[in-house]
Write a protein that binds this ligand. Structure first.
Ligand SMILES: *Cc1c(COP(=O)(O)O)cnc(C)c1O
Length: 383
């Protein structure tokens, strides 16, 4: 058995990264400042997006964005239940109704086909999720949203470096990225709002910092009045330079990270073919290139003779870490009790929610680590 614990995710942080953070701490500016500006510029160049705003988290960006779009009482927002709960919570907190759309059983992607029947006159926004590093089939969804006059914001938390056709996610439309430690690059906590809508970006930039016309660093460097005026009441979701400097360094390695993730994922696919009880996700049938954020598998609970949770527990006993991305949002306590959500609403989401788990995948992993994961699975299944 493996001696040390193999986590399901681990950021790749070097001594140079730590030194760069130290340099910011020793400088005279540690909150939003020059490192933020540089990180925003580099991310914009990397994705090819129109505008980029660094934020304290993807959740914070989502909050500001819902507010900027005026989403509230009486509005409906279509999003998958197979997502992180933050989006669903914020829609609810805004006073709007989350309308859950199902996903494909084997790719976990939603689609224009699944979204179209849920649209009505109250639908104000659609938030598709690029899942596990692969891209949603955006063209038909963009067409549908444009035809109906509904806003579209992509949850790109898993999609830093993902290509849809020949464009990086972020280049077109409006996307929100996350730099939480499990994501493809990290700033500790952090996120990036990207959009080709200049007016929306300007509002998000202002709203993420008190709704002042300018941010603190602008005030100093551009000699603006130190008492900037509130243009409209805003939030406080700016990113510190301590975090941004890490983002700059991580972004420079994103291609290297994703190449390593892809190689490991291909090795997993080859090795998992030896275990019938375990099935990975399938490739999307349209043109896209995955950033391999997660390696998700589903357990055949009948063949295995145990539940997914028991299987994860057995892996943990063998020093293999796993995670669940995600338990269906619509079946969580609040959404069951307050919104009348129930089993049977979203069959393919629920199928996966009961069987799925993420196995270790991160850039610094080795093929020996993959061997340990496969050996542990075979040991549990007595192969
Ligand atoms: C991580 C994640 C988020 C939230 O990102 P934070 O930066 O932690 O706020 C949103 N959506 C999805 C799909 C995620 O995986």
């Amino acid at each position: 058995m493996r001696k040390d614990f193999l986590p399901f995710s681990k950021p790749s942080i070097t001594e140079e990264d730590i030194a760069a953070v130290g340099d910011v701490l020793r400088s005279s500016w540690i909150t939003t400042g020059p490192k933020n500006a540089e990180f925003e510029k580099n991310f914009k160049e990397y994705t090819g997006c129109g505008e980029s705003v660094a934020v304290a988290s993807a959740t914070g960006a989502m909050h500001v964005m819902l507010h900027a779009l005026g989403i509230g009482k009486g509005d409906e927002v279509i999003t998958p239940s197979m997502t992180w709960v933050s989006t669903v919570n914020l829609i609810t907190l805004a006073g709007a109704k989350p309308v859950f759309v199902d996903v494909d059983r084997d790719t976990l992607m939603t689609s224009a086909e699944k979204i179209a029947p849920l649209i009505n006159e109250r639908t104000k926004l659609i938030i598709p999720v690029h899942f596990a590093g692969a891209a949603v089939d955006m063209d038909p969804i963009r067409e549908l949203a444009a035809k109906k006059g509904i806003r579209l914001v992509e949850d790109a938390a898993h999609a830093a470096g993902t290509y849809y056709k020949n464009e990086r996610i972020g280049k077109k439309g409006t996307s929100i990225f996350s730099f939480h430690p499990i994501k493809n690059i990290t700033t500790g906590e952090g996120g990036m709002f990207c959009s080709d809508d200049k007016a929306l970006t300007d509002r998000v930039r202002s709203l993420k910092f008190h709704g002042l016309g300018v941010d603190a660093y602008d005030r100093q460097t551009h000699g603006r009045s130190p008492q900037a005026q509130v243009v409209e009441p805003g939030f406080k979701y700016n990113l510190t330079d301590i975090a941004a400097v890490l983002g700059i360094r991580q972004l420079a390695r994103l291609e290297e990270f994703n190449a390593k993730r892809t190689k490991l994922a291909m090795e997993y696919r080859k090795r998992l073919a030896e275990i019938d009880e375990i099935s990975p996700l399938a490739d999307c049938k349209y043109e896209q290139t995955s950033a391999w954020h997660l390696f998700i598998v589903r357990l055949d609970v009948k063949k295995a003779g145990m539940s997914r949770d028991e299987f994860m527990q057995e892996l943990k006993k063998r020093n293999i870490g796993t995670g669940i991305h995600f338990r269906a949002a619509h079946l969580q306590k609040f959404y069951r009790e307050q919104m009348g959500c129930h089993e049977g609403m979203l069959p393919d989401t629920e199928y996966n929610s009961d069987r799925m788990f993420s196995i270790p995948l991160f850039p610094d992993m080795t093929n020996d680590d993959i061997n340990d994961v496969i050996d542990a699975m075979k040991d549990i299944l007595k192969k």
